[in-house]
Design a protein around this ligand. Structure first.
Ligand code: SF4
Ligand code: SF4
Length: 340
């Protein structure tokens, strides 16, 4: 088994311990305490961080040296049997999201859009934005990054290579493209950040949905009717694995006339949608996060609440709509600007 890519010397010499000092959910009296807890994690000892962590992925982004603090934390949780969710829930999820072996060969041509395990979203791939696109979907190509929320690095190591093999042998190998457009940025995070840190080979080129839309908007610029609307954005945990794409999203918003209104819980300070603590049965915390987030959204005055992640939208969409904001996925907002 390959170990997580990680250099303990970087932490020993780290002056800021940003991975823990910036954490919004586990607090420390001072940097000395954060350092002590971080070194315990690195040395394979128990730490209260393993027990209190919300599994929000943010420390992956906070570390200025890309030293994979969250992936290592999950490794330690699993080694020590510190499960963030009750065991029966983890086992049920493991069964539910397991590959089913029902995949069959399908002729596809570029752009090939990976819809992960969300068949209900394939209708989003339509119109000029996705002209000529093929979609692939199902639990046999599920990115499996969700196991980071359940202390199951072993499942990532076991299933992700299988999924990659399925994507190649059932779809891409005989197609005209080696690129895979990831509709869900969890998939992009898996095939870039996770694969790199876990030593998993990826034989295709993952394309983030935002890079794809941004390029299409340049090609389709004569069709854009600016929406001239204020929006708030719910940045998901998985975007912590590809923070460079947040600037691409700004370019998209600018091109379609959407003003991303600054608010407290956006960008590096984004707040969890509440879906993961709900799945962990930490209901009080989930309620608190939803309330803080929605109050923050409402305080800045916007028309749309834009989601990147379908799971965030499922968690917050109804509450947001009841408060008068229109919940919408990035792709659908772009479609509106393209007159569709
Ligand atoms: S993981 Fe990064 S931020 Fe955290 S202590 Fe190590 S080097 Fe510093
Ligand atoms: S994953 Fe989130 S909650 Fe857990 S230690 Fe990192 S920043 Fe804190």
């Amino acid at each position: 088994m390959k170990s997580i890519k990680f250099n303990p010397d970087l932490c020993v010499n780290c002056e800021t311990i940003d991975c823990l000092m910036k954490c919004q959910y586990v607090t420390f009296s001072d940097i000395a305490e954060a350092r002590e807890e971080k070194l315990k994690i690195n040395d394979g000892k128990d730490s209260r961080v393993l027990h209190e962590c919300l599994t929000c992925y943010s420390c992956q982004e906070y570390c200025p040296y890309d030293n994979n603090p969250f992936f290592l934390l999950v490794e330690r949780q699993e080694e020590k049997g510190v499960l963030p969710a009750p065991k029966p829930i983890v086992e049920e999820q493991l069964r539910m999201m397991a590959p089913k072996g029902r995949i069959t060969k399908q002729a596809v041509s570029g752009p090939v859009v990976d819809m992960c395990a969300f068949p209900m979203l394939t209708g989003c791939v339509r119109g000029k934005l996705f002209e000529g696109a093929s979609t692939i979907v199902g639990t046999d190509i599920f990115c499996n990054i969700m196991w980071l929320h359940f202390a199951k690095n072993s499942t990532i190591r076991e299933r992700v290579p299988q999924m990659i093999d399925n994507i190649m042998s059932f779809y891409l190998k005989d197609s005209d493209t080696n690129e895979l457009v990831c509709f869900h940025d969890e998939c992009y995070g898996t095939y870039t950040s996770v694969a790199d840190a876990y030593g998993i080979e990826v034989p295709f080129k993952p394309i983030h949905q935002f890079d794809y839309y941004n390029q299409r908007l340049d090609i389709l610029k004569d069709h854009i009717k600016p929406i001239n609307a204020k929006i708030v954005y719910q940045r998901p945990c998985s975007n912590r694995l590809c923070p460079q794409t947040d600037q691409v999203l700004d370019e998209i918003f600018e091109k379609i006339g959407a003003e991303r209104v600054p608010r407290k819980y956006d960008r590096e300070n984004a707040l969890c949608c509440g879906g993961v603590p709900r799945a962990h049965q930490r209901d009080e915390l989930a309620d608190e996060l939803v309330e803080k987030n929605i109050n923050d959204m409402l305080s800045v005055g916007a028309t749309y609440c834009v989601f990147n992640c379908p799971f965030c939208m499922a968690t917050l969409g109804q509450e947001v709509a009841e408060q008068g904001l229109m919940p919408i996925l990035v792709s659908d907002l772009v479609q509106i600007a393209l007159g569709e």
